[in-house]
Write a protein that binds this ligand. Structure first.
Ligand code: NAI
Ligand code: MG
Length: 489
């Protein structure tokens, strides 16, 4: 079982104005290893007073001559240096992410940590390429635009990709010249604190990045309601996204939201079945289904349904829950007891509403500990109105539905309040693009699933949120445009 002795995990403190600090209240909370249900360490718990201190540090840093006058290229150099510091410790960070979150260590290393490093390098490159325009206006005037930073950005992130979600927000924010107060999820605060350490080691000026672990309402809420925060970037549940948008209305701070999903994965009858089976299992079981883009609704053409499901169940049974620190493990525990209970509740609901449980559905013990492990779960005979076909489960639970033609597949696929991602499997290039264009989702995969890259935009349609992270699109989230007029007469 996970050997916590291999890593020397120190108690976590708040990182404010370049210094490690205790919470004003002195409160701490435990962060738990989901593979063992045992605490890893204690972390300082930020409250409203700490949030205020962090915001003031970020404001002071933002307005300082040192930051305002720093060449854009030097901001880029700082981001490259942060990437280098993360890379030097990549294996250790992967182990830490696995202990705090429960995800398989191989995936933590090859995806979470690698993508986080890539993200800092990608936006390091952008720092000195964020340019305005010269606009041909009538009369003897020169008109040009500047892309200026928004100011103090509050970042509130979830627990499913802890370091990566931090990178997606912090790297573009700093590239654009903002300062940041980052609140990691209470379940997984540890790698965000290591990001603070990397930033400090890289020479990022004090106050440019502040990291304040804490809970949703007390710390996150204080950040959202703080009058001196200019922008909130949030990833998490749709319910909290709506609350944040409502609360931000009072100060009209800018908001970008990356929320839930119930992504349809559509297999047409001419698909390469072997490839689609592999894709469909990875789509739902990767990260134990705790991905906002999880392919949680599998829509299979009725003609190939039986063959497909038979192969899928064989493949799914290969995702055996195991110690996430073992590099061979592909399915780790869920992040918390709360999440496990929520997912088990959905499984119960699926049975009650008449779906057919084809595989799994039960909690399992791994290594003799009370970790939050769940067997890979597949439901058949799911109809579009069932709860498990509509609500985001965020666990390794797949709902299989059928359709009889392509238009019906599109219709079922779009019959969701969410619109984060979708996929289609077919050998027909015309059908592939037709379906891709008709699906109302921010990402569509054709004959593949879960691809993601720092250079390519990511975000939702409908109630999956708005604003696009990653790529050059993220620069729009972290800049505002100023139009400057010069009289040349
Ligand atoms: P959540 O939305 O409550 O938490 C996400 C982040 O928001 C955390 O940092 C949390 O501390 C913060 N937060 C919570 N309440 C807040 C408030 N009132 N003001 C400001 N910040 C607040 O999500 P939770 O409870 O961890 O998970 C519940 C469900 O949400 C999951 O089962 C899943 O369906 C969905 N979810 C979706 C994610 C995504 O990537 N789209 C990520 C995490 C959860
Ligand atoms: Mg919550």
């Amino acid at each position: 079982m996970t050997d916590t002795a291999t890593l020397d995990i120190q108690p976590g403190r708040l990182f404010i104005g370049g210094e490690w600090q205790d919470a004003a209240s002195g409160s701490t909370f435990d962060t738990i290893n989901p593979a063992t249900a045992e605490p890893l360490t204690q972390v300082a718990e930020a409250g409203a007073e700490d949030v205020d201190r962090a915001v003031r540090a970020a404001r002071e840093a933002f307005e300082s001559d040192a930051w305002q006058n720093l060449d854009a290229r030097k901001r880029g150099k700082l981001l490259y240096a942060i990437a280098d510091r993360l890379e030097e410790r990549a294996d250790e960070l992967a182990a830490l992410e696995t202990m705090d979150n429960g995800k398989p260590v191989r995936e933590a290393r090859m995806i979470d940590i690698k993508e986080s490093i890539d993200c800092f390098r990608y936006y390091a490159g952008w720092a000195d390429k964020i340019a305005g325009d010269v606009i041909p206006v009538p009369g003897p005037y020169l008109n040009y635009t500047r892309r200026e930073p928004v100011g103090v950005c509050g970042a509130i992130i979830p627990w499913n990709y802890p370091l990566q979600m931090a990178a997606w927000k912090v790297a573009p924010a700093i590239a654009c010249g903002n300062t940041v107060v980052l609140k990691p999820a209470e379940q997984t605060p540890l790698t965000a604190l290591e990001l603070a350490r990397a930033a400090s080691d890289a020479g990022l000026p004090a106050g440019v990045l502040n990291v304040i672990p804490g809970f949703g309402e007390s710390a996150g809420g204080a950040l959202v309601n703080h009058p001196d925060v200019d922008k909130i970037a949030f990833t998490g549940s749709t319910a909290i996204g709506k609350l944040i948008q409502r609360q931000a209305a009072d100060s009209l701070k800018k908001v970008s939201l990356e929320l839930g999903g119930k992504s349809p994965n559509i297999v047409l009858d001419d698909a390469d079945i072997e490839a689609a089976v592999r894709g469909a299992s990875m789509a739902i079981f990767y990260n134990s289904g705790q991905a906002c883009t999880a392919g949680s609704r599998l829509l299979v053409h009725e003609k190939i349904r039986d063959e497909f499901v038979e192969k899928l169940l064989k493949r799914a049974a290969g995702f055996v829950p195991g110690d996430p620190m073992n590099p061979k493990t592909r399915l780790g525990p869920l992040v918390s007891e709360e999440q496990l209970d929520r997912v088990l509740g959905y499984i119960e609901k699926g049975k009650q509403e008449g779906a057919e449980l084809l595989l799994g559905g039960d909690r399992v013990e791994v290594g003799g500990k009370r970790g939050y492990f769940l067997n890979p779960t597949v439901f058949g005979n799911v109809t579009p109105r069932m709860t498990i076909a509509c609500e985001e489960i965020f666990g390794p639970v797949l709902a299989v539905q059928t359709f009889s033609d392509m238009d019906e597949a599109i219709q079922i696929g779009n019959a969701s309040e969410y619109g984060l991602a979708a996929a289609v499997w077919t050998r027909d290039v015309r059908k592939a693009h037709h379906v891709a264009h008709k699906l109302r989702a921010g990402t569509v995969w054709i004959n593949t699933y879960h691809n993601l890259d720092t250079a390519s935009p990511f975000g939702g349609y409908k109630q999956s949120g708005y604003g696009r992270e990653l790529g050059r699109y993220a620069l729009d989230l972290y800049t505002q445009v100023k139009s400057v007029w010069v009289n040349l007469a």
